[in-house]
Design a protein around this ligand. Structure first.
Ligand SMILES: Nc1nc2c(ncn2[C@@H]2O[C@H](COP(=O)(O)OP(=O)(O)O)[C@@H](O)[C@H]2O)c(=O)[nH]1
Ligand SMILES: [Mg+2]
Length: 361
């Protein structure tokens, strides 16, 4: 999975990127100077995997990962494509950092100003970027259509006009209803406003204790009825301090600020919610590992995520929820007690299940 961190200058993008990916400042800053995105990998925190790993004591524990890009800042009115479009190819989600830490200190009970303006402005940049691409392609298409009226070209022309009409109303493509066929046709364009967006409010420290509440408040107020968008909040400065601490100090620090968990944990969880992703686990003495799949994935495809041979030679999936496995302590005990379910190819894998794939490879 790939996520692009985007936004206007000094929103806290690089700060967030560095904490998420534990990236050194050097190489990342160098990439940005050349106008390219810096790339780093974040591991997905999952206490369920930690608990399974503590039980199985495998030689290796492998969490799921998300690749993050620290995309150079957008400049207002410049339309996004001045940023190399290549950076946006294959991005599954845009993480938009919204600067909201200015009103420091914030009186208790007060709510920071709504960042609606910032969100609309960002959407406008994405929309303008896509319009530029569409205009260019339509121009080219008219020339080609003069030479040859193939159904393919006619179809593309109609679809792009439909998109253009939507964008001209300042609406992002992610809210336009498209058929599977149409979506497939658009894929090659990698349209910016088509990608799901997670808005991350970067709030002042003084808002720390109320962060989950504020994130929810703004989400309901700002994003009501919008498709493929979600919202969360962090205190960037606080998260940066948190990242410097040893594991055993983290809990005390969080408690001091009245926080239940680091903002980054919530951020990643919200990405999963937005994209409709779930996790399943494979466990053995060799390796305990978390895998990310879309909600509703059948067991056969889940097997394929682990190994193509497992998909090809799939026999059965042996399934048990992670917490039940923790209780009975081993797969063989679970099998004996009839707690290991046998499921076939079509079975939709549920979040948090531990799976042993039987195969004939
Ligand atoms: N007070 C405060 N300052 C922040 C926070 N996040 C970032 N900054 C500061 O804002 C400036 C810009 O941050 P940076 O991450 O480089 O922003 P970018 O341009 O979006 O990459 C830096 O001086 C940061 O130290 C925050 O949450 N609170
Ligand atoms: Mg930056």
């Amino acid at each position: 999975m790939k996520a692009g961190i985007i936004g206007f200058p000094s929103a806290g993008k690089s700060t967030l990127f560095k904490i998420l990916t534990k990236a050194g400042i050097g190489p990342a800053a160098q990439s940005l100077k050349r106008g390219r995105s810096a790339v780093g990998v974040a591991t997905v925190p999952d206490p369920r995997l930690d608990r399974l790993s503590a039980l199985f004591r495998p030689r290796k524990t492998t969490p799921a990962v998300i690749e993050f890009l620290d995309v150079p800042s957008f400049n207002k009115g410049a339309a996004a494509p001045e940023i190399r479009l290549g950076d946006f190819r294959n991005l599954d989600v845009l993480v938009h950092v919204v600067r909201a830490f200015d009103q420091d200190p914030l009186p208790q009970g007060d709510v920071p100003g709504l960042p609606e303006g910032n969100i609309t402005e960002l959407d406008l940049e994405l929309i303008l970027g896509d319009l530029t691409v569409i205009e260019r392609r339509l121009e080219r298409l008219q020339k080609d259509l003069k030479k040859m009226k193939s159904p393919d070209l006619i179809g593309e022309d109609a679809l792009l006009r439909k998109c253009r009409q939507w964008l001209e109303q300042e609406k992002p493509l992610r809210s336009l209803t498209l058929s599977g066929e149409e979506k497939k046709r658009l894929r090659g364009f990698s349209f910016l406003s088509e990608k799901p967006v997670l808005h991350v409010l970067n709030l002042p420290d003084s808002a720390a204790a109320r962060i989950p509440h504020l994130a929810e408040f703004y989400r309901l107020k700002t994003l009501a009825g919008q498709a493929n968008v979600d919202m969360t909040a962090v205190c960037g400065k606080l998260e940066a301090e948190l990242a410097e601490l040893a594991d055993e100090e983290v809990e005390v620090f969080l408690a001091d600020y009245g926080l239940a968990e680091p903002g980054l944990v919530r951020l990643i969880r919200t990405i999963y919610r937005l994209l409709g992703l779930i996790s399943f686990f494979t466990v053995s003495e060799e390796e305990c590992r978390a895998w990310t799949i879309p909600w509703g994935t059948p067991a056969l495809k889940a097997a394929g995520a682990v190994h193509s041979d497992m998909e090809r030679c799939f026999i059965r999936a042996e399934v048990i929820p992670w917490n039940v496995l923790l209780e009975v302590k081993s797969l063989s005990a679970a099998r004996q007690r009839g707690l290991l379910r046998l499921e076939g190819k079509e079975y939709p894998v549920q979040d948090g299940e531990t799976i042993y794939f039987r195969h004939s490879a």
